[in-house]
Design a protein around this ligand. Structure first.
Ligand code: AMP
Ligand code: MG
Length: 403
């Protein structure tokens, strides 16, 4: 009989989860739906960008003459607009064409002088160039990307600029990973929905709302189930339903040492646990395993802990599965301005407020740090990433994850 890995370091927990990835599907979406999605293939440009030589300035186009002296007066033979009209304008020696930004270069021209450096005669028939026209105001065909070149890569998260790039490359639709349906099942007899009246001993259920936001932040689709009471039967029924409609299940609560911690018990007795407990603080209770073949993260009930475990474990798991390069987790170096108690065996994730100063980032810990104090997270913009044994004294420079 093999024993379940217990109280594992963060990296080991990640590796264990990655060995059981979710099933991925690919779908084509229109560009209107593409923001935040993850590309499922490399994307080649269908065209040259730009597709033709064109002007980066409003001005006059002519041929660059290395031996000419300036000011130089040329006759104006036409106007080249960005629509591509008058594409047949021919510009010869001693001639220039008025040109607009983005307009194709008339034949015979290879340089532009911006309109500010030009003086047009009253009758509009001639233009005097105060200085030499510049070849670098010509944007050359294919200089941004050439037809057939890979402009975006599999795993790229489609940011606004990248969605625009898809269009520039000529793609009306793009292949992306279907959003993973992530079921969220909160557990606890004490949980009530906001809007309902609280009886003594009850609290508002907040984890499923916070976790749903995190799932959306990751670019996937939350499915929030009604909170279940602390009973094996109702939990089993909820997990069966969730596993039939979701790609991944997130539970919250019921994974600690308590008598009513049924998630762990049910997963032990009827599911398949791959590890239980990991070395981060807060957030040490989670488990990972399979329920009916569906990957399941048993997240802690404490609101800060469930959030932190999502960021540390679930986000990494989902990003790794799709090869996604975002949303990116940024860490900065910051100087501790309050003391943070670290431990010898766990990564310590305290909620801090970052402030940019001339000396660098300063990290303050203004709020009481209980793992049940969601305000400490809601008001913070950083999480300390103190490694096991790393000292959290005032004045230490440490890594802080930007929230
Ligand atoms: P548990 O892991 O079930 O023992 O829960 C730990 C703590 O988190 C307890 O104080 C619970 O009341 C609280 N808690 C559990 N689930 C939620 C939830 N969905 N929303 C807010 N607090 C919760
Ligand atoms: Mg509970």
């Amino acid at each position: 009989m093999t024993t379940t890995p217990y109280f594992v370091p963060l990296e080991e927990a990640r590796t264990i989860c990655q060995q059981t990835p979710p099933v991925l599907h690919v779908e084509d979406v229109s560009l209107d739906q593409a923001h935040g999605r993850i590309l499922a293939t490399d994307l080649e440009s269908l065209v040259n960008d730009p597709p033709f030589d064109n002007s980066s300035m409003d001005g006059f186009a002519c041929r660059f003459e290395p031996n000419a002296t300036y000011p130089l007066t040329l006759s104006v033979v036409g106007v080249q607009a960005a629509s591509g009209e008058n594409i047949t304008i021919e510009v010869g020696k001693g001639q220039a064409a008025r040109i607009m930004t983005g307009a194709p270069m008339p034949s015979g021209t290879d340089a532009i002088l911006p309109v500010e450096q030009c003086a047009v005669s009253e009758d509009g028939l001639t233009v005097t160039l105060n200085e030499a026209p510049k070849p670098h105001f010509v944007r050359l065909k294919g200089e941004n990307i050439e037809q057939g070149a890979v402009g975006l890569q599999k795993g790229n998260r489609l940011t606004p600029a990248r969605v625009g790039m898809c269009a520039t490359m000529g793609h009306a639709t793009v292949p992306v990973y279907a959003k993973l349906k992530m079921g969220i099942v909160s557990t606890g007899d004490e949980l009530k929905l906001p809007g309902e009246a609280l009886q003594h001993g009850e609290i508002y259920e907040s984890n499923s709302f916070g976790l749903a936001g995190l799932v959306r932040w990751l670019g996937h689709e939350p499915v929030r189930f009604q909170a279940v009471s602390d009973s094996l039967d109702s939990l089993r029924a909820a997990l069966n339903e969730a596993s039939s409609v979701c790609d991944i299940i997130l539970t919250s609560g019921g994974v600690s040492m308590g008598e009513f911690d049924y998630v762990r018990r049910l997963m032990e007795e009827e599911g398949d646990i791959h590890f239980w407990r990991m070395k981060i603080r807060p957030g040490s209770p989670p488990l990972f395993g399979l329920w009916n073949g569906t990957p399941l993260f048993g997240l802690p009930g404490n609101p800060v802990s469930s959030h932190v475990v999502f960021r540390m474990l679930v986000a990494d798991y989902v990003r790794t599965a799709t090869g996604a390069d975002g949303p990116k987790e940024w860490t900065v170096r910051a100087k501790l301005c309050d003391r943070v108690k670290s431990t010898m065996d766990c990564v310590t994730l305290r909620r801090v407020t970052l402030e940019a100063t001339e000396e660098g980032m300063m990290a303050y810990q203004p709020k009481h740090q209980g793992s049940g104090n969601l305000d400490s997270l809601a008001s913070a913009n950083g999480l300390t990433m103190l490694q096991p044994g790393e000292v959290g004294e005032i004045g230490e420079w440490i890594d802080v994850l930007v929230l």
